[in-house]
Design a protein around this ligand. Structure first.
Ligand code: SAH
Length: 243
C-alpha cells in the first residue's frame, strides 16, 4: 500500500510551491490534480509518472468528491507514492480533510503538505495586506459559494466588525455579497477589491466600493477572490506586482 501526500500547490505562480511539495512531486508515481494547480508543476515529475486530472474549468463539473476519494484510495493500492495536488492550501476550502478521513478509514497512510493559500497570497500580490497595524487586527476567510439568496449559511450579522473579509469562490455571488454587507450596515463607499488570476502574469485587481464593485468587476475571469475592508485602501501605496 502506498503513501498519499495531500499537497498544496500554492496560489498559481510556480515559485510559490514549497520545497517539500516539490520533493514529493519529483518522486511521485501518480499525481492527481485539479484545475487550480499550476500545470507547469507537472513538468517536474519523473519520467513515467501518471497524471490524473479531476477538475474541469467550470467548478460545477469537477468529479464528485466521493469519486475523487475513491480514486485516490485506488491509486494508493497500485502505486507507492501518490500526490494529490490542490490549489493553495489543501485544507482551506480544499476538501483535503475529507480525503484524509476516507484514507484513514481504509488504513492508508497519508501526510498533509501545506501550501501558500490564495486567501493571503493573492491580496498580498495585489498590495493588500490582510492585517495592518492601526487598521484591522483580524481577518476571516469565507466561502462565497454558500452566499445563495435563499439558504445562506453565512452568519452575516457577525461581519459588522472591522475584520478584513476574504471571500473565496464568490465572484458569481458578488452582487449578493455586496447587498448583504450593505444590509448589515456597512457604508456604501466601503472599500472592496476583486482580484482575478492572482500571482499569475494575467493578475488583475479592480478596486471599488460596495455600491459600484459589481458593475466594475462582474466580468473578470476566474479564479478570483474578493477582499472587503479598510486595508483595501493600502493598494494604492503597496501595489507592486501588476504593471
Ligand atoms: N485551497 C485553495 C482555495 C480553494 S477554493 C487555497 O488555499 O487557495 C477556490 C477559490 O480560491 C477560487 O474560487 C478563488 O476564489 C480562490 N483562488 C484560488 N486561486 C486563486 C488565484 N490565483 N487568484 C484569485 N483567486 C484564487
Amino acid at each position: 500500500m502506498g503513501r498519499v501526500y495531500l499537497t498544496g500547490a500554492g496560489p498559481g505562480a510556480l515559485e510559490l510551491l514549497t520545497i517539500k511539495a516539490l520533493r514529493v512531486i519529483r518522486k511521485a508515481d501518480v499525481i492527481i490534480y485539479d484545475r487550480l494547480a499550476n500545470p507547469e508543476i507537472l513538468s517536474e515529475a519523473k519520467d513515467g509518472c501518471e497524471f490524473i486530472y479531476v477538475g474541469k474549468a467550470d467548478s460545477h463539473h469537477t468529479l464528485p468528491q466521493d469519486e475523487i476519494n475513491e480514486l485516490i484510495y485506488q491509486a494508493s493500492l497500485k502505486y507507492d507514492i501518490v500526490v494529490r495536488l490542490k490549489g493553495g492550501d489543501p485544507l482551506v476550502f480544499g476538501r483535503g480533510g475529507e480525503e484524509g478521513i476516507y484514507l484513514k478509514q481504509r488504513g492508508v497512510k497519508f501526510e498533509f503538505i501545506p501550501g501558500i493559500t490564495s486567501a493571503i497570497a493573492v491580496p498580498e500580490y495585489a498590495g493588500i495586506p490582510v492585517t495592518h497595524r492601526g487598521i484591522t487586527v483580524s481577518f476571516r476567510v469565507v466561502t462565497g459559494h454558500e452566499a445563495s439568496k435563499n439558504k445562506s449559511q453565512i452568519p452575516w450579522e457577525n461581519y459588522k466588525s472591522d475584520d478584513t473579509i476574504i471571500f473565496l469562490m464568490g465572484l458569481h455571488r458578488l452582487k449578493h455579497i455586496t447587498e448583504k454587507l450593505l444590509e448589515i450596515g456597512k457604508p456604501k463607499d466601503f472599500p472592496i477589491a476583486v482580484i482575478s488570476k492572482g500571482t499569475w502574469a494575467e493578475e488583475k485587481t479592480v478596486i471599488g466600493t460596495l455600491s459600484n464593485i459589481y458593475e466594475k468587476a462582474k466580468d473578470l475571469p476566474t479564479p478570483a477572490l474578493i477582499v472587503v475592508g479598510k486595508v483595501v485602501k493600502l493598494h494604492k501605496d503597496l501595489s507592486w506586482f501588476e504593471k
